[in-house]
Design a protein around this ligand. Sequence first.
Ligand SMILES: *Cc1c(COP(=O)(O)O)cnc(C)c1O
Length: 373
Amino acid sequence: MIKFLDLQKINAQYAAELKQAAAEVIDKGWFLLGERVKIFEQQYSDFIGVKNTVACANGLDALRLILRAYIELGIMQEGDEVIVPANTYIATILAITDNRLKPAWVEPDIKTYNLNISLLEQAVTPKTKAIMAVHLYGRACWSEKLERLAEKYSLKIIEDNAQAAGAYHYFTDNIRKRTGNLGDAAGNSFYPGKNLGALGDSGAVTTSDGELAAVVRALANYGSQEKYVNKYQGLNSRMDEIQAAFLSVKLKYLDLENEIRRQIANYYMENIKNEQIILPTPTEHKESHVQHIFAIRTKQRDKLQAYLAANDIQTLIHYPIPPHKQTCYREWNHCSFPITERIHKEVLSLPVSPCLMMEEVEQTVSSINKFKS
Ligand SMILES: *Cc1c(COP(=O)(O)O)cnc(C)c1O
């Protein structure tokens, strides 16, 4: 069986280092708000290129905390609107609605599966305060046009970097910056299945805005900057020392693992040949994509998935139901976003795990090439 993502195998590569890291934390007996988190925060800031990393409990909280901090700072208030792609993972939307803000849905570009930046301006209203740029599937979603629009309407740009740890956006003259360092602040997820995965839940806010970082840090710790003194009605959303220790081990290998994912994706791009299948559109620079998800599209999606399963190849769908069609968002169920809905009906994610063997990738391609509807 070719697994979609074999977490056992991925972490087995680093087993000795991970066990050592855990042992050090256990021996020290300090589990929260300690050195390991501080060290990881500095390492991640250096990696991403930002001034501040604030570790927290998970990626959803990272996004919630950013918006909550903007509310505490008086930059946003209840009922304000946040522009967001309609085809994102539910967490992006939950972070908005949890803060009593309103998602202003924008259709994606069918070529990139990311926010269609040419549709942004028509979504702006006097209540718009921010744009959520989701780097979906690991592909950087950024452009000068996006920056200009944000400036024109004084909007914050918040990146949802949950799927794109390690990706770069290229500016002119080949100057590049990592995603997570492009907007005003970014939410990062270290969920075990993400490209930089902890061995449990974890996340982080990255930002070069020191004032925002301080508020996020307080909000994640009961709203407190000083023990037993509470400035805000905060949450308890902190990264465990043990997860930070694991992440310091795994961060060292992230660029390498992303490169292996890109090689697998590249093999798919060059060798999948089946008229029923639409391959993803390549990025101009290969490092603008970290191939968190390699999604192909076909009108025969469910048939293809069943056929591959019968051939011992596990695939997943990211995602089967768009957020606006979820039961939890009844008030938007009537909305129609044809491109988003089409993507949800047609996408199928192939395995791109950095631990796949070349034979497994070849076998996947040869099965796909033989598929007839
Ligand atoms: C995973 C993910 C999140 C949430 O991260 P968690 O750590 O699972 O809470 C947010 N947005 C996107 C796009 C994601 O893929």
